[in-house]
Each structure stands twice: as C-alpha cells, then as structure tokens.
Design a protein around this ligand. Structure first.
Ligand SMILES: [Ca+2]
Ligand SMILES: [Ca+2]
Length: 253
C-alpha cells in the first residue's frame, strides 16, 4: 500500500531535525560506552552558610540548608577535564543590613570543597565578591552594596583573569561545626574573599586541567549525540564493559 504524503511528511521533518539523512542508519558506536557509577567521583562540600556548585557549566549541587544547622553536602559527579568548577557561596545575611539574628550580629563565611580526584579548595581559586555589608562594619547605620552577577560567570571559558585569588582561612578562624569533622577534607583549605565577615556573597572559580590523582578517566561529554554500548547485564553489570576505548582525559594514558 502506498504511503500518503501526509504520513511521510512528519518522518522527513523528524529526520531533518535529527540530522539523520533518509536511508542513513543510526548504529551503536563500538567503544563508546555508557558511564557507570564507577566513573563518578564524590564531591564533598561545606559552606558557612550555603552554596551552589556548577561543574562545566551545569548546576550539580545546592546546599539544602541555607542557614543553620551547618551541614555537609556530598554528591556524585561525572568529571570531564579540563573541568571548570564555579561556586556561589553565601554567608547568611539580611539583604538590607548585611547582618543576621535580627540585626544583632555580623556573621562570617567560609567555603571548603574536596573531590574524589584530589581536587581541593585553596588560594589558586579565583574569588569575586558580589554582595557585602554592613559597610565599614557600621552596625549602627548598616548598609550594603552589591554588584550584578557577571554574565556567564559559571560557564566554561568565562574570563576570570581579572578576579582576585581566593584567600585561605584557618579551620580555627572559620570554626566549622559538627558535621564538618565527620567528613574527609584532608588537604583542602577554607577559602573566601578578602573579608570573611563583611563579604556575604562570593563567587569562586577554578579549572582543573587533569585529575590531581593522576588516574585516567573517560570523558562522557556529548553522549546525547551517540548510541553507546550498554553495560553488561546482570550482577556486576553496573561495572561496565571490560573493554573501553572511550576517549581518555588527563592522568596516565
Ligand atoms: Ca548550609
Ligand atoms: Ca557576613
């Protein structure tokens, strides 16, 4: 039976939009596999008081408690190098006065991060303050200032060359609370902008060019445009195929 134009037209339009030419088969690409949980690394983050974490331009974690109690967030992330890490760190503060606890106190900030590939926060990160106050520490006439978020500040390729470096603060100065000590932050430093007390919203950025632990890891970017091989089924199938020709990034090759 002949197909009518009305039947064929939507298929032609779909093929055109999908980039698949009529008659061209879409096939599984050998050697390109799906990532498994073993391809992820753990991100462990503590902020006084809250944060948003972007990896390669994608929002991957949000602090679930904006103020108190102080909490640690742990999430699995799928790394790809060079890896751009961007953070908005927030010290809880009244947006009008810059103070907290009913305008009776100037709170201080603090941010620390460690990834399963050995990436840690330190003074090599860039830091830019976005909101600060009370100006001059004046709690009698508290005022704040803020600047707009730079366009694309969390994106890969954003030019942060004019941003100052982050300042490292000791654990004693930041004085982290309970949950912090139950997690592994070995090797990481607390960072903030130049003023731990008055700067209330701070952006951080860094680019990790290769895994610090030297371990080769696959790059799974662009999987949306491929049909990868499926992991083996059954017990242990989540470990993924033994053979992988996935493109490698960083570390030993
Ligand atoms: Ca929090
Ligand atoms: Ca503050």
């Amino acid at each position: 039976m002949r197909r009518s134009l009305k039947t064929i037209a939507p298929v032609v339009i779909w093929l055109a939009l999908s980039g698949v030419a009529p008659g061209q088969e879409t096939r599984v690409q050998p050697g390109i596999r799906k990532p498994t949980i073993d391809d992820t690394i753990r991100a462990t983050v503590y902020a006084d008081n809250a944060f948003q974490l972007f990896i390669n331009g994608e929002l991957v974690a949000v602090d679930s408690i904006m103020f108190v109690p102080h909490n640690v967030i742990e999430v699995d992330i799928l790394p790809a190098y060079p890896m751009t890490i961007a953070v908005m760190a927030i010290d809880n503060a009244d947006p009008i006065t810059g103070m907290e606890y009913a305008n009776t106190s100037i709170g201080d900030g603090g941010f620390i991060l460690k990834l399963g590939d050995g990436t840690v926060t330190d003074a090599s990160w860039k830091a830019k303050r976005i909101a600060w106050g009370p100006l001059g520490g004046d709690i009698q006439n508290p005022r704040v200032e803020r600047v707009p978020l730079p366009d694309g500040w969390s994106d890969e390729g954003f030019d942060d060359s004019e941003w100052p470096h982050a300042t490292e603060y000791s654990e004693a100065t930041v004085d982290p609370k309970g949950p912090y000590f139950e997690h592994d932050f070995d090797g990481a430093c607390f960072i903030w902008s130049g003023d731990l007390k008055l700067d209330n919203v701070v952006l951080f950025r860094t680019v990790v060019h290769a895994p610090p632990d030297g371990k080769a890891r696959s790059d799974f970017r662009g999987l949306t445009d491929t049909i990868p091989e499926s992991p083996r089924r059954g017990r242990g199938g989540d470990k993924g195929p033994r053979r992988s020709q996935q493109r490698q990034s960083g570390g030993e090759r």
